[in-house]
Design a protein around this ligand. Structure first.
Ligand code: SIN
Ligand code: CO
Length: 378
């Protein structure tokens, strides 16, 4: 058993320049370590109350149906023998070893990651022709899946008349790709796609990216600014004589705007956005970690970040899951070290410990809070 890994087939700068948010890319044998979770582990996750899961049944022209989890063990035995897909959302939050795949995506800012959804499909199973509004890397983990790719779509594209599932009508096929275990397909937002399982036990991982709504950013920024309990007032010393004192035009609006928007300063923006972007998508009741596998591959690892724990380092300190931990400048390197990866080597931690007496106390606190877990050494 090994940890999941992904490697771009060429330089990350080239990927960002030519593909990211622009065009699909098929990468053969770009991922490894995909043997877990198994079908049984996915079925078990889909039975938990704190896990988001769904089953989509249908093929070709339908009919399509959607069932939302959590499921009972019997639900799986009552399904037809083919043409259905189980989708389990945010598996990286529940299985910390799976979240270590995210360290392979360090060519993108960590706050752009959303989660890893994993699907299990029987032969002919698919979620139908659709497009997603987010970037996604679709990793074939087990079995084969045939992907049909179509044009870029948007909310004006014709839809099928199916309840609860957003399916495209008459998706024109621009290319088809048969994915083997280890093959990866990158899709930018909007590209129509339809992935059909070629065999039973077709398992596909979707490494999904988040793009915050601009209105959510603005709302958070405004909340941050409103938290100031002695707000400044509008001033207009030295204003010119009004031509009409009952008129409010563009110039007046621009003057008020300028003063109001001056509150939306960079410091407030960093605080507001770091809080928003480190808030987890899910709060797992239980997280599973297989430290023996981690220890085997990384004998020097002392701690692992628990799946789904989000960290960002700003100029003032470390943000973890929406909470702020102020760090003095001497500990900024330590905060950056924690935020930029999910596995922490003992040798590097020892250097921080030898230079700063409070590093161990912080690590202990974050283990206590469930952000970090020690690696048991075999
Ligand atoms: C799947 O894994 O079956 C669907 C993933 C997707 O199309 O986004
Ligand atoms: Co999709």
């Amino acid at each position: 058993m090994s940890l999941p890994r992904f490697q771009l087939p060429f330089g990350a700068a080239e990927f960002l320049r030519h593909y990211w948010q622009q065009q699909p890319l098929v990468m053969q044998q770009a991922a490894s370590g995909l043997l877990t979770p198994s079908k049984e582990e996915l079925f078990a996750l889909a039975q938990r109350d704190d896990v988001e899961s769904r089953i989509i049944t249908g093929a070709n022209d339908g009919p399509w149906s959607l069932q939302q989890g959590p499921f009972q063990a019997e639900d799986f035995t009552e399904l037809p023998s083919k043409e259905w897909t189980l989708l389990v959302q945010s598996v990286d939050y529940y299985l910390s070893n799976i979240s270590l795949l995210l360290d392979s995506f360090s060519f993108l800012p960590s706050w752009r990651h959303e989660d890893i959804m994993i699907s299990y499909a029987t032969q002919g199973g698919s979620v139908g022709p659709h497009y997603d509004r987010y970037d996604v890397f679709l990793i074939q983990a087990h079995g084969q899946r045939r992907w049909h790719l179509g044009p870029v779509c948007d909310k004006s594209s014709a839809r099928q008349d199916v309840e609860d599932i957003d399916l495209l009508k008459d998706m024109p096929i621009k290319s088809t790709h048969l994915m083997q275990p280890g093959d990866v397909l990158y899709l930018p937002p909007g590209v129509a796609h339809w992935g059909i399982a070629e065999d039973d036990e077709c398992i596909t991982w979707s490494v999904g990216f988040r793009a915050p709504r601009l209105t959510d950013l603005l709302a958070r920024l405004t909340d941050e600014v409103l938290a100031d309990n002695s707000p400044s007032l509008y001033t207009d010393q030295g204003r010119s004589l009004p031509t009409n004192n009952g008129y409010f035009g563009n110039a007046e609006a621009a003057s008020l705007n300028q003063q109001a928007l001056s509150l939306l300063n960079k410091e407030a923006a960093v605080r507001a956005y770091c809080e928003l972007l480190t808030e987890p998508r899910q709060y797992p009741e239980q997280t599973t970690l297989q430290t023996d596998i981690i220890h085997h591959e990384h004998p020097d690892a002392e701690f692992v970040r628990q799946g789904g724990v989000r960290m960002l380092m700003s100029d003032e300190g470390l943000w973890v899951n929406g909470f702020f931990y102020e760090l003095p400048p001497s500990l900024h390197e330590f905060g950056t070290f924690l935020a930029q990866q999910r596995l922490y080597a003992k040798s590097e931690l020892d250097t921080f410990r030898s230079e700063h007496s409070n590093v161990q106390a912080m690590l202990d606190q974050w283990v206590e809070q469930g952000y970090l877990a020690p690696i048991q050494r075999g």
